[in-house]
Design a protein around this ligand. Sequence first.
Ligand SMILES: Nc1nc2c(ncn2[C@@H]2O[C@H](COP(=O)(O)OP(=O)(O)OP(=O)(O)O)[C@@H](O)[C@H]2O)c(=O)[nH]1
Ligand SMILES: [Mg+2]
Length: 186
Amino acid sequence: MIKVAIIGAENVGKSTLMNALLGGKISEVSEVPGTTKGTIKRAFGKIKLPKTIKNPFGGADELVLIDTAGLFDPEKEIRGKVLSEEAFKELINEIIRADIIIHMIDATKGLHRGMEKLHYILKFRYEKPIIVVINKIDLVPREKVEELAKIVEKRLEQKPILLSLVTYEGFNDLLKALVHYAQYAK
Ligand SMILES: Nc1nc2c(ncn2[C@@H]2O[C@H](COP(=O)(O)OP(=O)(O)OP(=O)(O)O)[C@@H](O)[C@H]2O)c(=O)[nH]1
Ligand SMILES: [Mg+2]
């Protein structure tokens, strides 16, 4: 069973993505940063695909999705408000055990410094496959999104997927990326 961890600063849309992928109200969503408090929320399920897409996963669409508490404050370089130092470490350990990581960035906030450092550690020290997503692109003018995408690509050395969980733009691209990495995991 492939484990996919969704990570990012507070309020970027991690729980919304979990719900969108599994097709239901599984994780609590709100506009208040620090909503996911259990630090880790696991859900077993099949990826819910729109009727228009042929199932590209083969038999590999049964995933364990791991929704995590926001690792950092959206504005400051401090830990997420619901995380003690202990819980933060526990969360990092859980992330390291995942097969695929989705790193979500809020289009209205940009790339978080703490997340940038963590991204490097996960990618180079732990050799984790990471999908980078810029979410909430519906809230930002296109040229600003493109600008941020360029910055992210330069700093994380990979192209981000541009996503909106309101309009669902980019959702298929995310599914394709998941399928791609799922082939390499078992
Ligand atoms: N406009 C817009 N709003 C979004 C999008 N994705 C999520 N949101 C909203 O952003 C807010 C935060 O979403 P959550 O899914 O709770 O974010 P989270 O990353 O799980 O937050 P924490 O658990 O607090 O770390 C909610 O009000 C969502 O409805 C998006 O693509 N566009
Ligand atoms: Mg959440």
